[in-house]
Design a protein around this ligand. Structure first.
Ligand code: PLP
Length: 445
């Protein structure tokens, strides 16, 4: 594949933008390919190369690169009427009503502009609501580029995971291992009276997709109830993707106090939201005393796109389609791995999938249960399977970014370039895209 133009654009970008990109995950090796345009489930790069795109903008693009007619019409009409006003519009109410109607834990919602802004605001809201400072997060979890959650370590010994965050900020954040109920009980036993909230993705989708073990979220729910802390589900990725319109919380049957949203609810435009019980969400100014504000919040174009996106999903076989393709990919890749490379494991659910490297090939290749072993201590591969962020990092060798990702890209398949981010199917993808991708996997693995 020729990448001459992308290479040139990257050199130009490097001279005016740090690392040549506006989001660090886009800096693929040896250089990112620059996108010219999208087409259904595909992207075409600046050199005219076509790829099946499973990155899908890192999650927002439920319809791939073809907006359904009603979504496009909603966007166009709001652009034509002037893009934004700095005053409320009816479409914000309609979007909020849709979310409240379909997500039982949501009575009231505040729209913002990104998933990061949503989790920043949710943490502030929880602190304001409880009058406490400490936040419990999962080791290796990701909740955006924000001070309270870019923290690594253990409850006893932790600090910022990046330069630029004062140690004092990180003191208030307690990282515990996901799927370890005992660790959750211990952190509450030690710090319960100071914990404002537990912030957790219902499925750790931004850590190589780790599903909760049975009863884990119920344990968190009980601990929060017993100690007067809030349970915040970060559904920025899983919201309106896993579990359909009821979101992942409906799939697991656990009701959080607060939910953060992003990605899909903006229909491809910048968005975030904080929803939950009215008496908590009304803690935000001007109803309450926790300051929250934003020039672009509830942007009419985003609201129109997001509302039309969700309405279209409610009226068509969208989740059936994306979940069917997700299942086909997981099954197909799983077969290929079992046959050719048993040290790889496929994980995912609904319309999400990810191939992760495990540390060791099992002695018995038939022992592979495609990621379920993360949850089943009796499985022969349980010890070898990555179960936490640290495991994923330890298992992620250069093979993924420098070898596998490249091999797939050279075969016209665009995947996320690191071990943490997952892939998504969309309504625009076809069975043919799945077949072409499996063929590329067969060769690349
Ligand atoms: N929360 C989760 C679970 C995410 O995956 C992300 C981003 O990928 C965020 C929050 C932050 O969202 P954004 O990138 O829109 O700021």
């Amino acid at each position: 594949m020729n990448h001459e133009r992308s290479r040139g654009l990257y050199d130009r970008a490097l001279s005016v933008m740090p690392g040549g990109v506006n989001s660090s995950v886009r800096a693929n090796m040896p250089h990112p390919f620059f996108i010219e345009r999208g087409d259904g489930g595909h992207v075409i790069d600046a050199d005219g190369n076509r790829y099946v795109d499973w990155v899908m903008g890192y999650g927002p693009l439920l319809y791939g690169h073809d907006l359904p007619d009603p979504v496009e019409a909603a966007v166009q009409s709001h652009v034509a009427e002037g893009p934004m006003y700095g005053a409320p519009t009816e479409v914000e109410i309609e979007h909020a009503e849709f979310v409240a109607r379909h997500v039982p834990s949501v009575e009231s919602i505040r729209f913002v502009n990104s998933g990061t802004e949503a989790t920043v605001s949710a943490v502030r809201l929880a602190r304001g609501h409880t009058g406490r400072d400490k936040i419990v997060v999962m080791q290796g979890g990701y909740h955006g580029a924000q001070e309270s959650t870019l923290v690594e370590g253990s409850p006893e010994d932790h600090g910022p995971s990046t330069k630029g965050i004062p140690e004092e900020f990180a003191e208030h954040t307690l990282p515990i291992p996901f799927n370890d109920p005992q660790a959750a009980k211990e952190v509450f036993a030690e710090h319960g009276d100071d914990i404002a909230a537990v912030l957790v993705e219902p499925i750790l989708a931004n850590m190589g997709i780790v599903a909760p073990i049975d009863g884990y979220h119920e344990t968190l729910r009980d601990l929060c109830d017993d100690h007067g802390s809030l349970l915040i589900f970060d559904e920025v990725i899983t919201g309106f993707r896993v579990g359909g319109l009821g979101c992942a919380q409906s799939k697991f049957g656990v009701t959080p106090d607060v939910t953060t949203f992003g990605k899909i609810i903006g229909g491809g435009f910048p968005v975030g939201a904080i929803g939950g019980k009215a008496d908590i969400i009304e803690g935000f100014t001007p109803a309450g005393e926790v300051f929250q504000s934003g020039t672009f919040s509830g942007h009419p174009v985003t609201m129109a796109a997001g509302k039309a996106t969700l309405e279209y999903a409610a009226e068509n076989d969208v989740y059936e389609h994306v979940n069917r393709l997700g299942r086909k990919l997981r099954e197909g890749i799983s077969e290929i791995c079992a046959e050719r490379a048993p040290e790889y494991t496929v994980v995912g659910t609904d319309s999400m999938f990810k191939t992760v490297f495990t540390r060791d090939a099992p002695d018995d290749p038939d022992a592979c249960c495609a990621g379920g072993c993360r949850q089943d201590p009796d499985c022969a591969r349980y010890d070898a399977c990555p179960k936490t962020g640290a495991d994923v990092a330890a298992a992620a060798t250069d093979r993924w970014e420098r070898v596998f990702w490249q091999e797939m890209k050279d075969r016209g398949v665009f995947l996320t370039a690191n071990q943490y981010e997952c892939q998504f199917t969309s309504y625009a993808h076809t069975e043919e895209d799945v077949e072409r991708t499996l063929e590329a996997y067969r060769e690349a693995i």
